[in-house]
Design a protein around this ligand. Structure first.
Ligand code: ATP
Ligand code: MG
Length: 254
């Protein structure tokens, strides 16, 4: 589904991503791990079109996506969340999801005048879908709450909900559990597993190794911009190169 070939990105003299190649086939949930600064987030930016590649190619479902704009890539079904949460704080949870729905007729002023019925129908469908997603996230009871008033973990769930509005085929999650409490982590794990069962592929950056071992079928490991290993979670944890990459790092064993 996702194929990365010789992808390279540097910032000045720093090789943030250095000649990385790999392929994600039909694995349900895949992990991307590596010490701080190893290039994981940069790789996600490259895949989703937020950064331009210096070299290499990226294909999604056999179509070349490197060089395309982020909104074009997300319309193809490849979406992401950010390491920093991005919800609209002055809108309710429900409105946040409704506003995230791509390509609504009502966004064009002319349609509001000339096709009011269609706009209304779309809005109803949109609302229904947003409520379904709130249900999936177990946030239904908070539908009218302002997003800015939700806990940090709930905002992260809501952000995931926003990308789900686009009916993605693959979701990239950048440290989804960072800074959220254990109860919400369980809720999030539940959601991620449900998505995978629905056939949505999940590719996630995560520092919480026990969690990676629990939910990922396959793990890729980066260190200093390079891909140094891929395998099952237990192979990963026993691999000497992986252990060496983490040794002496603060996040080791986190
Ligand atoms: N926009 C940028 N300009 C300059 N340097 C950058 C930029 N983005 C990332 N870097 C550098 O590239 C390297 C890789 O950063 P990246 O954010 O991809 O790491 P990461 O693996 O996601 O780390 P973390 O686990 O801490 O989130 C780091 O040295 C970082 O300082
Ligand atoms: Mg990062």
């Amino acid at each position: 589904m996702l194929k990365i070939d010789n992808v390279t990105k540097s910032f000045g003299g720093l090789m943030a991503v250095n000649d990385v190649s790999f392929q994600l086939d039909d694995t349900g949930i895949t992990g991307l791990v590596g010490p701080n600064g190893s290039g994981k987030t940069t790789l996600f930016h490259l895949i989703t079109g937020f950064y331009k590649l210096d070299r290499g190619q990226i294909h999604f479902k056999d179509k070349r996506i490197s060089g395309l704009a982020p909104h074009v890539i997300s319309r193809m079904g490849l979406v992401r969340t950010f390491q920093q949460t991005r919800v609209l704080p002055f809108l309710s949870a429900l409105e946040n999801l409704m506003a995230a729905s791509p390509g609504q007729t009502g966004e064009r002023l002319s349609s509001v005048f000339f096709q009011p019925g269609r706009v209304k129908l779309e809005e109803n469908n949109n609302r229904e879908r947003a409520m379904q997603i709130l249900g999936l996230l177990k946030l239904k009871s908070l539908d009218q709450h302002l997003a800015g008033r939700l806990s940090f973990g709930q905002q992260k769930l809501l952000e995931l909900g926003r990308v789900l509005m686009a009916r993605p085929k693959m979701i990239l999650l950048d440290e989804p559990t960072a800074g959220i409490n254990p109860t919400l982590i369980r809720q999030l794990v539940d959601v991620i597993r449900k998505l995978a069962r629905k056939g949505i592929q999940v590719f996630l950056i995560e520092h919480n190794m026990p969690l990676v071992a629990e939910i990922c079928e396959k793990v890729f490991v980066m260190d200093s911009g390079s891909l140094i290993f891929s395998g099952t979670p237990s192979e990963t944890r026993q691999n000497p190169r992986v252990i060496e990459a983490y040794l002496g790092r603060e996040d080791y064993g986190a």
